[in-house]
Design a binder for this molecule. Structure first.
Ligand code: GLN
Length: 550
C-alpha cells in the first residue's frame, strides 16, 4: 500500500434519506471497520444539524444517550458506535453541530475578523463546516463524516452544501455514500425502489452525486433490483449495496465485505491495500448468535427505559460481557417508577443480575432504591453506574446505617443526611451546558477488592459525567457499617467506587465504564458482572451467596 500523507487524506460523506433511524451511524462505522482492517488509519465524525452546541443539555428521551469522550466532550451516541467499531478513542473534534459552527463564526464576527463584510451561510458557515472536517485529516488516511438528519430537512442544507463544496475542491479524494430504504409492500409482494429514486433525486438537487447507495431492506434485493436502482441514480451497480436486516449490528461489516463495498471504495480512491482480516468480527458475531453457555437475564431498572437508545452503551457493554463469557444476555428494561406504583421488587427473583444506570432528576429514584435493596438483601449481582452508585449509597445509608431520610442533595435539599452532595467546585456553577465533571479521570483501587480483581489492576481511568459526589462526611459511618469504598480519585478526595464485601457481587462506580467497552474487549466490570450473573443463572451458588442464604 502506498502511504498517504495528510494532504492525501480521503473523505467519505454519509447522508441518509427516505426515513430516519436507518442506521447511518452503524453503516458509517462498518465501512470504517473494513478500511481499518485493510491497514488504513480511519476516523469517523458526526455532523449534527441541530442548534444545540452539543447534546449535553438534551433529554436522553429526545436524542438518546449522551456519549462522553476521553477529553470530556458530550457527544452524539453515534460516536459510541464509532469507538466500539474502530476501537479508537475519539474527541470533541469528531462531533460538531450547527450550534457549534455558528458559535465559532459569530465569535469571529464579534472579534472583528470579518470587519466590513456581511457574514453569510455561504461562504462563512460552509467554510467553517469544511474546516471542521479537514481538521481530522491530520494522522488519518480516511475521514468518514456522517451528516445527521435526513436529506430534505431544511436544517441540514448548510452541511450538504459544505460537503458538496468539499468534493468539488478535493475531487476524487472525496466520495458520497447515501443510505436509503427499499420497502417491501406486502399487498404487492414487491420491493419498491421509488423512495430510493426520490431520495437520490433530492440529494442530487443539492448538487451531490452519490458514489455508493446503501439500501436498507427486509428482503434480498437481487441483481435485478440493484441494477434498476443503479440505472435510475447514475450509481455504478457495484456501488449499490444491500443492507439486509441482521441479528446483530456487529454483522454489518461482514455483510458489507461480502458485497465488496471496501474494494469498490478503495478502487474509487485509487488505493491498493491488502484484504481485511475479519476473524475477530466473525468470532464476535458467532458468540452473539450461538453462545455455548447459558442464558443470563439482566434487569436494567432506570428512568429512560422507554427509549433503548437512551442507554445504548450500557446495552452494548452488557452484550460485550456476554461475548466475553460466551453466554446469551437477555436484557429487560424496567422503568423504576413502576416500583413506586405497585411493582413488588421480588420480581427481580426472575433475573440473574440488576443494573441501575445513570440519570438525572428525582423521578423514579425511590424505585431504583427499592430494587437495589432487594438485590442487596437477596444476593442478586448488582452493577450501579453513576446515579446507580448514588442510589446504592442512599439505600445503604437508610436501611443499613440507620440514617433516616438520607438522600442526595440533587433530590432533597432539606435532607438531614445528604450522603450525596455537591463539591465546592460545583457549588459555583450557574450554567448547565458542559459544566459537569466530564471526561477521563484517574482512580486508585483498593488491592484485593472485587473492583481491583475485575480490572486486574489498582490504577485505572474512567470517563465521568455527573455533578454530585459521595459526601465525605459520611464515609466513616458507612464504612463502619460494612460499605467498602473500593476506589477513590488518586488524591483520595472523591469516592469512585463502592462495593459490599459480604455479597456475591455488588459493585458500583461513579464513572461510566460502559463508554469504554468494546465488542472485542468487554469492559472488565461488565465482564465480571455477567460472570457473576452466569453463576447465579447456572444455579451453582457462589460460596458467598450460599452464606447469605440467597
Ligand atoms: N444526577 C447525578 C449527578 O449529576 C448522576 C449523573 C449520572 O448518572 N450520569 O451526579
Amino acid at each position: 500500500m502506498t502511504p498517504i500523507g495528510s494532504d492525501e487524506t480521503r473523505y467519505i460523506f454519509v447522508t441518509g434519506g427516505v426515513v430516519s433511524s436507518l442506521g447511518k451511524g452503524i453503516a458509517a462505522a462498518s465501512l470504517g471497520v473494513l478500511l481499518k482492517e485493510r491497514g488504513l488509519r480511519v476516523t469517523l465524525q458526526k455532523l449534527d444539524p441541530y442548534i444545540n452546541v452539543d447534546p449535553g443539555t438534551l433529554s436522553p428521551l429526545q436524542h438518546g444517550e449522551v456519549f462522553v469522550t476521553e477529553d470530556g466532550a458530550e457527544t452524539d451516541l453515534d460516536l459510541g458506535h464509532y469507538e466500539r467499531f474502530i476501537a479508537a478513542n475519539l474527541s470533541q473534534e469528531n462531533n460538531t453541530t450547527t450550534g457549534r459552527i455558528y458559535r465559532t463564526v459569530i465569535d469571529r464576527e464579534r472579534r472583528g475578523d470579518y470587519l466590513g463584510r456581511t457574514v453569510q451561510v455561504i461562504p462563512h458557515i460552509t467554510d467553517e463546516i469544511k474546516r471542521s472536517v479537514r481538521v481530522l485529516s491530520e494522522g488519518h488516511d480516511v475521514v468518514i463524516s456522517e451528516v445527521g438528519g435526513t436529506v430534505g430537512d431544511i436544517e441540514s442544507l448548510p452541511f450538504l452544501e459544505g460537503i458538496r463544496q468539499f468534493r468539488q475542491e478535493v475531487g476524487p479524494r472525496a466520495l458520497h455514500v447515501h443510505l436509503t430504504l427499499v420497502p417491501y409492500i406486502q399487498a404487492a409482494g414487491e420491493l419498491k425502489t421509488k423512495p430510493t429514486q426520490h431520495s437520490v433525486r433530492e440529494l442530487m438537487q443539492t448538487g451531490i452525486q452519490p458514489a455508493v447507495l446503501v439500501c436498507r431492506t427486509e428482503h434480498p434485493l437481487g441483481d435485478e433490483i440493484k441494477g434498476k436502482i443503479a440505472g435510475f441514480t447514475n450509481v455504478d451497480p457495484a456501488g449499490v449495496i444491500e443492507a439486509l436486516d441482521v441479528e446483530t449490528i456487529y454483522e454489518v461489516p461482514l455483510q458489507f465485505r461480502r458485497q465488496r463495498l471496501d474494494d469498490f471504495v478503495l478502487s474509487r480512491f485509487g488505493i491498493r491495500a491488502p484484504a481485511p482480516d475479519l476473524t475477530a468480527w466473525r468470532r464476535i458475531v458467532d458468540r452473539i448468535k450461538s453462545p455455548t453457555g447459558s442464558r443470563v437475564r439482566i434487569a436494567v431498572v432506570g428512568k429512560y427505559t422507554e427509549l433503548v437508545d437512551a442507554y445504548k452503551s450500557v446495552e452494548q457493554a452488557l452484550i460485550h460481557g456476554g461475548i466475553a463469557n460466551d453466554v446469551e444476555v437477555v436484557i429487560d428494561w424496567i422503568g423504576s417508577e413502576k416500583l413506586e406504583h405497585g411493582l413488588d421488587p421480588s420480581f427481580l427473583a426472575g433475573y440473574h443480575g440488576l443494573l441501575v444506570p445513570g440519570g438525572f432528576g428525582r423521578r423514579g429514584i425511590e424505585g431504583m432504591i427499592e430494587a437495589i435493596r432487594w438485590s442487596r438483601e437477596n444476593g442478586l449481582p448488582f452493577l450501579g453506574i453513576c446515579l446507580g452508585l448514588q442510589c446504592a449509597v442512599i439505600e445503604f445509608a437508610r436501611n443499613v446505617a440507620g440514617l433516616e431520610g438520607a438522600h442526595s442533595y440533587e433530590f432533597d435539599r432539606g435532607s438531614p443526611h445528604p450522603v450525596i452532595c455537591l463539591m465546592d467546585e460545583q457549588r459555583k456553577v450557574t450554567t448547565k451546558g458542559g459544566t459537569m465533571r466530564l471526561g477521563s479521570y484517574a482512580a486508585r483501587l483498593v488491592p484485593g477488592s472485587a473492583a481491583a480483581r475485575s480490572y486486574g489492576s489498582t490504577a485505572i481511568t474512567e470517563r465521568h459525567r455527573h455533578r454530585y459526589e459521595v459526601n465525605n462526611d459520611y464515609r466513616t459511618v458507612l464504612k463502619e457499617r460494612g460499605l467498602a469504598f473500593s476506589a477513590t480519585t488518586t488524591d483520595g478526595k472523591l469516592v469512585e467506587m463502592i462495593e459490599l464485601p459480604d455479597h456475591p457481587w455488588f459493585v458500583a462506580s461513579q464513572s461510566h465504564p460502559e463508554l469504554k467497552s468494546r465488542p472485542t474487549r468487554a469492559h472488565p466490570l461488565f465482564a465480571s458482572f455477567i460472570e457473576a450473573a452466569a453463576v447465579r443463572a447456572s444455579g451453582v451458588r457462589s460460596p458467598k451467596a450460599a452464606a447469605l442464604g440467597a
